[in-house]
Design a protein around this ligand. Structure first.
Ligand SMILES: [Ca+2]
Length: 137
């Protein structure tokens, strides 16, 4: 009679129970806690510019830009030159929730400034219009 002996497990042997592969274990998730996609544009905050300046460039300060879901991507500075000018994107952007822009005026005139904000989900706050900014229809 041939006996074949197997290895006996040591006394401390326990069934293998991986801690991290348990499908019933709670897991962290990258999905927002409320599970909803971000469809809301950021709050574009407020900006302040000097009422009158004899020096250039003009310093435009802003504060209070935020997005509560996907987070702020950037803010853009828009400008309007003169009361009859067209709103233009200056091309200046910032990723900070508050800060300053330096704007180089092209001559004596009245300049209007506006902030437009974008979040990380691609939502963008409205572009400026005379109606929304100056109250002129
Ligand atoms: Ca948002």
């Amino acid at each position: 009679m041939l006996l074949k002996l197997g290895m006996m497990p040591p006394p401390s042997w326990k069934p293998f129970q991986p801690e991290h592969d348990n499908p019933l274990a709670p897991r962290e998730s990258a999905v927002p806690t409320d599970g909803s996609p971000d469809t809301t544009p950021p709050n574009p905050g407020q900006l302040t510019a000097p009422a009158y300046s004899k020096t250039a460039p003009l310093t435009i300060s802003y504060t209070g830009v935020y997005d509560t879901q996907s987070g702020l991507k950037n803010v853009k500075l828009w400008v309007k030159m003169g009361t009859t000018g067209a709103w233009q994107n200056t091309g200046q952007t910032s990723t900070a929730a508050s800060g300053t822009f330096q704007f180089q005026p092209t001559g004596d005139n009245r300049y209007y400034f506006f902030l437009q904000a974008e979040d990380n989900a691609g939502n963008v706050s409205p572009e400026p219009t005379d109606g929304t900014v100056l109250g002129n229809p």
